[in-house]
Design a protein around this ligand. Structure first.
Ligand code: HEM
Length: 411
């Protein structure tokens, strides 16, 4: 049977790992008719190709470039915004954009946010019922990262849900190729709204700088004239966009993994005050079934790789989730094992586009899980049919119903 991946198929969305394992074993690099591009499934290939400058991270310009002029005119602000997102930009512009983000998100500054993150974690748990059912995504995994990144960008908390709506409309465009009736109109409208919103926020911070990352980047950009106003707006939107949904899925997929592996959950509960164990546990959540399914690159030139020939313009799907289950790198890779020596999983990518928010996402995981386990001594998975997101980039569930149980019972 020819090998392909059907990213829209219900089976693949619910559990992509068997098809990915088959691909790794039978044809680790193959051309997918369903995806219209190459699929790369092994760790070594994904890692090497993420560093290969013959591949471009700019998968947006070709897309807009192929649009009929009339349609392209209707998504003008969307194009102006997303083509300035560092994640879709190659050097030398990437180097400039990245340097500013790096300074605002340096690991030491992020570590200093631990008390604020813990306060938000506690406030969310305080609002849980003492017992009964709740949707962990709605009540915890979404609001935690959304409010943390909003805080960092100096966005008032009452605007978080509005920004989430706009972010979702951008996500429907950026993360999936699937056509939905008014996808372009909604994404264009979200881009315009966000441009106006962050334009105002930037002016306000310029006039009265605060302690937030946005004020910091504006100051640095103005001092060195290294970022245009459009780039600054686009960068704020990127940080907001990239900063919450992925982390929501780290928390959601992570809790789901724990609830379906009670022995591992019991170990984490017992060792929740051991920072090294907790750090390793979060890495294992990222590796075993983390939020990253794939990242896309485009060949700039003809590239011969392990018997495959990528022609200029070919799209290459680097299956990060598959790389993270590669038995050549991780022993017994399908086993969820919180005490494994972490190693370098590819959940945050690799090379120059390595996730700038990794220290923040890791911090949120390291603070949230021990506290959840401490404050919820008895929690269980409610009976439900999980609905996984159906895009190829980010993997996570739309909702996760849990039961908080008094006394004994639960895990
Ligand atoms: C568990 C949570 C997260 C995961 C799994 C994740 C994953 C990733 C991955 C795989 C990339 C590389 C994309 C590529 O190679 O094309 C990336 C880049 C990026 N991420 Fe994250 N991310 C997470 C959280 C965050 C947070 C919290 C922020 C914001 C504070 C953030 C901001 C970014 C930005 C700005 C980039 C682009 C970096 C560049 O192109 O230089 N991410 N992320």
């Amino acid at each position: 049977m020819p090998l392909d991946l059907d990213p829209a198929g219900a089976g693949f969305i619910a559990d992509p790992y068997p098809s990915l394992a088959e691909a790794r074993a039978r044809r680790p690099i193959f051309r997918s008719a369903a995806l219209g591009g190459w699929v790369v499934t092994r760790y070594a290939d994904c890692r090497a190709l993420l560093k290969d400058q013959r591949l471009s991270a700019d998968r947006m310009s070709p897309f807009f470039g192929h649009m009929p002029a009339e349609r392209r005119g209707r998504v003008e602000r969307l194009e102006a915004m997303v083509t300035r997102w560092a994640v879709f930009v190659d050097p030398p512009d990437h180097t400039r954009l990245r340097a500013l983000m790096n300074k605002a998100f340096n690991p030491r500054a992020i570590e200093g946010l631990a008390p604020m993150v813990l306060k938000r974690v506690d406030a969310l748990i305080d609002a849980f019922p003492a017992e009964g059912r709740l949707d962990f995504i709605r009540e915890f995994a979404y609001p935690l990262p959304a409010t943390v990144i909003a805080d960092l960008l100096g966005v008032p908390l009452e605007d978080v849900d509005l920004l989430k709506r706009w972010s979702d409309d951008l996500g429907a465009f950026v993360l999936t190729a699937r056509a939905t009736p008014d996808k372009y109109e909604r994404a264009e409208s979200a881009a315009r709204e966000m441009e106006a919103y962050f334009g105002d926020l930037i002016e306000a911070r310029r006039a009265r700088p605060g302690e937030d990352a946005a004020s910091w980047m504006i100051g640095a950009a103005d001092r060195d004239a290294r970022m245009s106003r459009e780039e600054l707006v686009a960068t704020c939107v990127l940080l907001l966009f990239a900063g919450h949904e992925t982390t929501t899925h780290l928390l959601g997929n992570g809790l789901w993994a724990l609830l379906t592996h009670p022995a591992e959950m019991a170990r984490l509960r017992a060792r929740r005050s051991d920072p090294d164990f907790v750090e390793g546990a979060v890495e294992e959540m990222l590796r075993w079934d983390g939020p990253s399914l794939a990242q896309v690159r485009v060949a700039r030139e003809c590239v011969e790789w392990q018997g495959a020939v990528f022609e200029p313009g070919d799209r290459i799907f680097l299956m990060l989730a598959s790389a993270n289950r590669d038995g050549d790198v991780f022993a017994d890779p399908d086993r969820f094992d919180l005490s494994r020596t972490p190693g370098q999983n590819l959940a945050f990518g690799y090379g120059i586009h390595f996730c700038v928010g990794a220290p923040l996402a890791r911090l949120e995981g390291r603070v949230a899980f021990p506290r959840l386990l401490e404050r919820l001594p008895h929690v269980a998975l409610a009976p439900q049919a999980l609905r996984w997101s159906d895009n190829l980039v980010v993997r996570g569930v739309h909702s996760l119903e849990i039961d908080i149980v008094r006394g004994t019972g639960g895990a």
